[in-house]
Design a protein around this ligand. Structure first.
Ligand code: PLP
Length: 507
């Protein structure tokens, strides 16, 4: 597709800022010196002076810059624009109120090095959020330091490692095997490996659950440090044998780590601590309000049982009388995992989210999230292949099996959804389902939007049979059509060079 180089209308394609450059154009001008200025060479050592004359830096005015980036910002799909059904990611709409609370000057402008006595409000907020997350998960120990789900996982498995290394039970420190289901998120094995464990994979059953026989067999092989399990699991099904699973692992001398990225299906209804789980991470940026995507800040609280608490990261926030203080004197702690206290703004949003919902509201949000996913599952079950029969929790999984006969794959369906105005769901994850489409509507979608999404999916199925080329070539409504994603990943063009013809040529 040809792309116009430099345009000025928001509905047209935007060139690169380099292509907009005009020699001599500047953003602003400083007044002339009214004193005699020394030569640059007298101020800076010569080896620090560049000699390429800033070749290639775009020469543009302020309005050029503002319009260039504003136009591009309108190309983004966002949660403020519409539904974002990315399974496993919980891309829900978050109330503006939580943003407003996070911007309260006393929270937003507090310096992380402020002395304890001047930061009592912030420490109280962190403390209270820890208490609430402890109640929600049923686990007494909480650290809000980790800055992502994956870092929360790593913190959690490090707690397991510290616990085993300290233990004087039968060769605790020889336990180095972490069991992880084949459907797990890729961060699970990565976290286990980083904490020094060897990963063994557990099979799933045809029903999409952990294979108990295989679990027992792996436990019998010995050396088991623990299990990392997502619940509801990554195919959106609640592991109904969770108590038995925890028993088997505990009897084998290991601990149970639950990946809590799917807590949007459980909050206010069921607590991992009550299921026998020893340690879990949450994603505040999925379940508890902070918007995510685009690499924004994260917060992956790590919550653990009583016996793991002494290993939690330092410092711990403690309360004596009505004063809050930081305790660094924790000899068994795994140490710090993040500077200061983690991403504080997200904690403010999370507490605001919890308080504005209340216990009843949290439960209702969870129930609505599950209801919405089941609605989509019910409406699409005759159109798209559902690999598992069990009722789904907060996300519904389908595959492209029925459409493949017409040569239409998951990628084509996802791209065509863009033409219908929807962000595609998560595709080709988890790996255990071939051509997977993992759809998580979340509680923040109303009936009309769900129906529009279902209709779009049905239309695409019809097109797959009647007009397959239309689906193959999608998207058709975007500025740039179907990209060669393999080439983009393998031969990325990341740098503009002066004599480069327009980048857009190949697009
Ligand atoms: C999102 C997610 C993670 C990782 O969380 P990040 O904050 O992206 O590091 C881990 N496990 C599951 C199941 C997830 O969906």
């Amino acid at each position: 597709m040809a792309i116009k180089k430099v345009t000025s209308h928001p509905t047209q394609n935007e060139g690169l800022i380099f292509e907009r450059s005009q020699t001599g154009r500047v953003g602003y001008m400083l007044p002339k010196f009214d004193v005699e200025a020394p030569a640059v060479e007298e101020i800076l050592p010569p080896e620090l002076l560049r000699d390429d004359g800033l070749d290639g830096v775009p020469e543009v005015s302020e309005v050029d810059v503002v319009r260039h980036f504003t136009r591009m910002s309108t190309w983004n799909y966002s949660i403020d624009l519409g539904m974002y059904p990315l399974g496993s990611c919980t891309m829900k709409y978050n109330s503006r109120l939580n943003e407003k609370v996070a911007r309260i000057a006393g929270f937003a402008n507090l310096h992380p090095l402020a002395p304890e006595e001047e930061a009592q409000g912030a420490l109280e907020l962190i403390y209270k959020l820890q208490e609430d997350l402890s109640e929600i998960t049923g686990l007494p120990g909480v650290s809000l330091q980790p800055a992502a789900g994956a870092q929360g996982e790593m913190t959690g498995v490090m707690l397991i490692r510290a616990f085993l290394d300290k233990g004087d039970g039968e060769a605790s420190h020889d336990r180095r095997v972490m069991l992880i289901p084949d459907s797990a998120h890729g961060t699970n094995p990565a976290s286990a490996a980083l904490a020094g464990f060897t990963v063994k994979t557990i099979h799933s059953t045809a029903e999409g659950l952990t294979d108990m026989a295989h679990l027992r067999e792996l436990c019998d092989q010995g050396g088991v440090a623990g299990l990392m399990l997502t619940n509801p699991n990554t195919v959106g099904i609640f592991e109904k044998n969770i108590k038995e699973i925890c028993d088997v692992i505990h009897q084998a001398g290991g601990l149970v780590y639950m990946d809590g990225a799917n807590m949007n299906a459980l909050v206010g209804v069921a607590r991992p601590g009550d299921m026998g789980v020893d340690v879990i991470h949450l994603n505040l940026h999925k379940t508890f309000s902070t918007p995510h995507g685009g690499g924004g800040p994260g917060c992956g609280p790590c919550c653990c049982s009583e016996e793991l608490m002494e290993f939690l990261p330092t410092p711990r926030i403690e309360k004596t009388g009505d004063k809050y203080h930081l305790n660094y004197d924790l000899p068994h702690s795994i140490g710090r995992v993040k500077a200061f206290f983690g991403n504080f703004g997200m904690m403010v949003r999370a507490l605001s989210y919890i308080y504005t919902h209340g216990a009843e509201g949290l439960r209702e949000a969870t129930e609505t999230a599950v209801l919405n996913a089941r609605y989509v599952a019910e409406k699409l079950k005759d159109t798209y292949h559902m690999p598992y029969q069990a009722d789904c929790m907060h996300e519904a999984i389908f595959s492209h099996k029925h459409q493949v006969a017409a040569g239409i794959h998951t990628l084509d369906i996802a791209k065509r959804l863009i033409d219908y105005g929807f962000h595609p769901p998560t595709i080709y994850f988890p790996l255990v389902v071939e051509g997977a489409m993992l759809i998580e509507p979340t509680e923040s979608v109303g009936r009309q939007d769900l129906d529009a999404f279902v209709e779009a999916m049905k239309d695409i199925d019809r097109e797959s049979r009647e007009e397959p080329d239309l689906v193959h070539g999608a998207p058709h409504s975007t500025r740039i059509g179907r990209l060669d994603e393999a080439a983009a990943a393998r031969k990325p063009v990341l740098r503009w060079k002066k004599d480069m013809d327009s980048l857009s040529k190949g697009a």
